[in-house]
Design a protein around this ligand. Structure first.
Ligand SMILES: Cc1cc2nc3c(=O)[nH]c(=O)nc-3n(C[C@H](O)[C@H](O)[C@H](O)COP(=O)(O)OP(=O)(O)OC[C@H]3O[C@@H](n4cnc5c(N)ncnc54)[C@H](O)[C@@H]3O)c2cc1C
Length: 617
């Protein structure tokens, strides 16, 4: 068969590295019938990431930053699938399944790996659950929708503290993408807030967290300082030498103990190695595939790597290339030439490239730029920045669309449409720090919770009785099912007793499981019956009021024991402190435990002073 004689080139990844390699191969090989080219990628479009921040503010339409790959390389077979594994020894790439659960396998003679990096928020507590990443087109869309949603909620919120959290927007990371994201986000919220009748722009707080003493450390100091001052003048609160330590549903946690109450936290952490790359047996440097000066992977003939997933040493500077689109596209052109040279038995050329410059957009027609060593800032830098990206944007139709977007943006107000993109049923993850309320008694039952790790307390608040702890739940336990099943308000408050990670199933997802899986329904019905029984039994004995007595005042102690023995809601706590400390406070203290205000730390402190909480954590 003629097919068997053809050379098969397979490219994995449809970003700058992969698509520009495919485009260069099309130019060099034209319609060469002896070479078959295939590109496997998760999406059928190329995202022009440098313009992604403008999707947040709506300066550019959502679809205008992406170009269909089929139009850019019409003579390359496109496989819109995720690659699940690569067998370098047998030269086979296996993709995920599509509509049918059937994977696809492709054999290759030459393989180009261009899968970039991924966003990994798992390193810090609560970030994966509550921070919004910013790398893909979907991230920009989600962030924009989330911001408009927060403004919609703030407009009708009367609780001053919660309203402040809704109107506080935090971006972590003062590098290029963090600065560009915060600039566009700041422009968006301040511009669209005018359309909300009950929001005053003075209430809005946009915060940028940066670990170093000056933002944009990749730029010369004077440009970075200009950018910093420009953002501050536009209302961005820049917190230098401040690191994000984690997140909860209610706040951004800072290293050193502080926190910023917010419902919007954007994390622009540096890219982490793609798991597909991690699974390959070839040599790696900081998770990136080591290649030689021709971009070949040593020890694996016919395997090449390019872009953010490759560790490429620039022969001009002798330094590893930074993960930028500029470098990925130049490497792609060099790789394609070397691959064709290999097919034709011609000499290959080492990769050498001097970066042309660096830009950072600051929103509101301002930018900073360093081009061929010349520094520019303000409007001129912005004009140059836009011109360069318009030229670089692949596809004529996209150039026209982006130019039109920019033109219309000069005259039209920003869009405030919130697109509802959530699925009808779904799972989610949530993280809470100790003593945070997960839901309150009386809230609507919107989801079921499963404890992944940590502990949760279920408590009720009864007028005249106080707070009662109904149960303490640990890993594997679930809660919140009663209100979802019965479509009634929550009967108890759920509160994190420790730092806790939860899996959530939303109402419609839970109802679907409940409706179609009878054993599961039965199991939940039994659980609900057991819990209702425990609640009614517990209500008779659980105390709400505590009396603290000194144990050396024997008579008083005995007297108190006698009079309290008949009461269900009063509990005697014995003070076993000794020496001076006891002398100073020889009196009986009566207190109602205020769980809402007391943290486990405070509890530990009370215990260490000699008090004993009987039957309580
Ligand atoms: C917000 C932002 C702004 C930026 N601004 C600039 C800028 O102004 N200038 C600049 O030079 N650089 C900029 N960058 C960096 C630049 O975008 C990257 O360096 C560049 O995209 C790297 O190209 P790549 O092809 O290596 O990876 P990517 O562009 O990330 O592409 C990787 C591709 O591989 C696909 N893929 C991943 N895993 C699999 C799999 N298992 N199976 C199939 N396909 C897979 C992905 O879907 C994707 O299509 C920016 C980055 C971001 C996030």
């Amino acid at each position: 068969m003629t097919n068997q004689k053809r050379t098969r080139i397979v490219i994995v990844g449809g970003g700058f590295g992969g698509v520009y390699t495919a485009m260069a191969l099309e130019r060099l090989l034209k319609k060469d019938p002896g070479v078959e080219r295939g590109l496997i990628t998760k999406e059928n479009y190329l995202v022009f990431q440098p313009l992604l921040p403008e999707v947040i503010s709506g300066t550019i339409g959502i679809l205008d930053t992406i170009t269909p790959i089929r139009r850019l390389c019409p003579n390359t077979n496109l496989y819109t699938r995720a690659v699940e594994s690569i067998d370098l020894r047998n030269k086979i790439v296996t993709t995920s399944s599509g509509f049918r659960p059937r994977p696809y396998q492709l054999e290759y003679d030459h393989l180009v790996i261009a899968v970039g990096s991924i966003t990994n928020l798992a390193g810090q507590r609560g970030l994966a659950e509550h921070a919004l990443p910013f790398k893909y087109l979907g991230d920009a869309l989600v962030l924009r929708n989330h911001v408009i949603h927060a403004l919609e909620e703030a407009d009708i919120e009367s609780d001053a503290e919660f309203r402040r959290a809704l109107l506080t927007f935090v971006v972590a990371g003062g590098g290029f993408s963090g600065v560009e994201a915060v600039a566009e986000l700041n422009d968006l919220v301040r511009a669209v807030a005018r359309s909300f009748r009950r929001i005053n722009t003075a209430e809005i707080q946009v915060v940028l967290l940066h670990s170093g003493p000056l933002i944009l450390p990749e730029l010369p100091e004077d440009l970075a300082r200009f950018a910093q001052q420009r953002l501050q003048r536009r209302g961005v609160d820049i917190r230098l030498n401040t690191c994000l330590a984690g997140a909860t549903g209610e706040s951004a946690l800072l290293e050193g103990g502080g926190n910023i109450p917010t419902k919007t936290l954007v994390s622009t952490v540096p890219g982490a190695p793609n798991p597909l790359v991690a699974s390959l047996p070839c040599k790696k440097e900081r998770g990136r595939i080591v290649v030689n000066e021709y971009l070949e992977v040593p020890d694996y003939p016919g395997v090449w790597a390019v872009g953010d997933c490759a560790s490429v040493v620039d022969q001009k500077t002798g330094q590893p290339c930074p993960p930028t689109a500029q470098h990925a596209t130049r490497q792609a052109a060099c790789l394609a030439k070397n691959l064709v040279a290999t097919l034709r038995g011609e000499p290959k050329h080492p990769f050498a490239f001097q970066a042309l410059g660096k830009f950072a957009g600051l929103g509101h027609r301002s930018a900073v730029a360093e081009v061929f060593g010349v520094k520019l800032s303000g409007f001129m830098a912005w004009l140059l920045w836009r011109s360069v990206y318009l030229i670089k944007m692949p596809g004529f139709d996209r150039k026209v669309r982006v130019a039109m977007d920019w033109f219309l943006d000069l005259f039209l107000p920003p869009d405030i449409v919130q697109l509802k993109t959530e699925k009808t049923a779904g799972f989610g993850r949530e993280h809470f720090e100790p003593c945070e309320v997960i839901f309150r008694q009386g809230d609507r039952g919107d989801r079921l919770y499963i404890v992944v790790d940590g502990e949760v307390e279920m408590v009720t608040e009864e007028p005249g009785i106080g707070e009662q702890v109904l149960a303490r739940l640990g890993p594997g336990d679930c809660f919140g099912e009663m209100a979802v099943v019965n479509d009634k308000p929550r009967m108890a408050t759920a509160r994190s007793a420790t730092s806790v990670n939860l899996l959530t199933v939303d109402r419609s997802g839970f109802h679907a499981l409940f409706a179609y899986h009878p054993p599961l329904r039965q199991w939940f019905q039994q659980l609900i019956a057991q819990r209702l029984h425990a609640v009614s039994a517990g209500q008779k004995t659980e105390p709400g009021l505590f009396v603290v007595a000194q144990d050396h005042l024997k008579k008083l102690h005995e007297y108190l024991s006698r009079i309290l023995s008949g009461s269900d809601h009063v509990q005697l706590i014995v003070d076993r402190r000794s020496g001076d400390r006891r002398q100073r406070s020889e009196k009986v203290a009566v207190e109602r435990r205020q769980y809402e205000r007391r943290s486990p730390d405070a509890d530990a402190k009370v215990r260490s002073r000699g008090y004993t909480y009987v039957g309580r954590p």
